[in-house]
Write a protein that binds this ligand. Structure first.
Ligand SMILES: [Zn+2]
Length: 317
């Protein structure tokens, strides 16, 4: 079979579906988006994915039927070999054979992976983790995701949980986590954690310059930081400190060549957060008192998960 001109990767998020067609060098030839609206149900979401994928394939000048596979990154726990979603809380799905169901719609085999793992794979193939054998990727957004790269491969673990940094126990927080436990790291090191820290501060009578409309945009956080808002500063400090603790702990086990930091919060605030994390990691681990951690900002941004998914499909070729 001739090598296809492009490969398709899908980033299935809780709010949006993002599809890219990339060439062999990871350049995006075509892309498309649609709203996920998971409340419509599993089948309707799959139909939308197939629609966007078909139009992106047309624009990228490939036929889906000619591809060895199409890749998809899913926000949840995935059994990668079977391509089955064990649980995707943000979508309200559990125990779904998405590889078979989407494969039937597309007329092509489908490679399924956790979205953070796909993002890390993209960074390894074409981004900030290129050429690394051992690395750890942490994505700070609404939650905190992580991916473990060992010997140049993403490690899924026995049950698909490997690298789940966000749900690592953290001794400094007792906040309730979405997973049902208390005191998970992401209750400090995520946007959700920051919002909670800010709400707690305001309840104690701290001054806060952020708009109190229930959302938290990184642009608003930057503005509040520039204006010297003490509560926002404390929330960013807490996030960076928690992330430093988590990465130092992972580092002690894995001793990776580098850490890749991504996700919306890092993208918007990395000039502030990355130096704070670098400064604090040596306090938690002797390793980083001797060797400064190599902290790299993810290079693929919003296209990372879809690009990694397309690369996973390319590996099937
Ligand atoms: Zn948790």
């Amino acid at each position: 079979m001739a090598k296809p001109k492009a490969f398709l990767g899908i980033d299935l998020g809780g709010t949006k579906i993002h599809v890219v067609a990339i060439d062999q060098d990871g350049r995006v030839r075509a892309s498309g988006r649609a709203a996920t609206e998971p409340k419509r149900g599993y089948r309707k979401v799959l139909a939308t994915i197939a629609e966007v994928a078909t139009s992106v394939a047309d624009e990228g000048e490939v036929r889906i039927k000619d591809l060895p596979a199409v890749g998809i990154g899913v926000p949840g726990i995935v059994e990668p070999r079977k391509g089955r979603i064990v649980m995707a809380a943000n979508l309200g799905w559990s125990d779904r054979d998405i590889a078979t169901d989407l494969g039937e719609l597309l007329g092509s085999p489908v490679v399924v992976g956790n979205d953070v793992n796909m993002g890390a794979l993209g960074e390894m193939a074409f981004g900030a983790a290129r050429g690394l054998r051992t690395a750890f990727a942490a994505y700070v957004g609404t939650g905190l995701g992580g991916a473990l790269i060992v010997r140049g491969k993403v490690v899924n673990g026995a049950h698909g949980f490997a690298g789940e940094l966000g749900h690592m126990p953290a001794p400094f927080t007792q906040r309730q986590c979405g997973c049902g436990h208390r005191g998970c790291l992401e209750t400090s090191a995520s946007k959700t954690g920051m919002m909670q820290r800010i709400a707690e501060g305001v309840a104690r009578g701290e001054k806060c310059l952020l708009p109190r409309d229930g959302t938290l945009k990184t642009s608003a956080i930057r503005k509040a930081l520039d204006a010297g808002c003490p509560t926002t500063m404390a929330a960013v400090d807490e996030l960076a400190g928690a992330l430093a603790y988590g990465l130092a702990s992972i580092g002690t086990i894995l001793d990776p060549q580098a850490f890749i930091l991504g996700g919306g919060v890092v993208e918007g605030l990395h000039e502030r957060i990355v130096p704070m994390v670098a400064e604090q990691m040596p306090r938690h681990a002797a390793l980083y008192a001797r060797h400064a951690p190599d902290l790299r900002v993810a290079a693929l941004g919003d296209d990372g998960v879809a690009t990694g998914a397309a690369f996973a499909a390319m590996q099937r070729a």
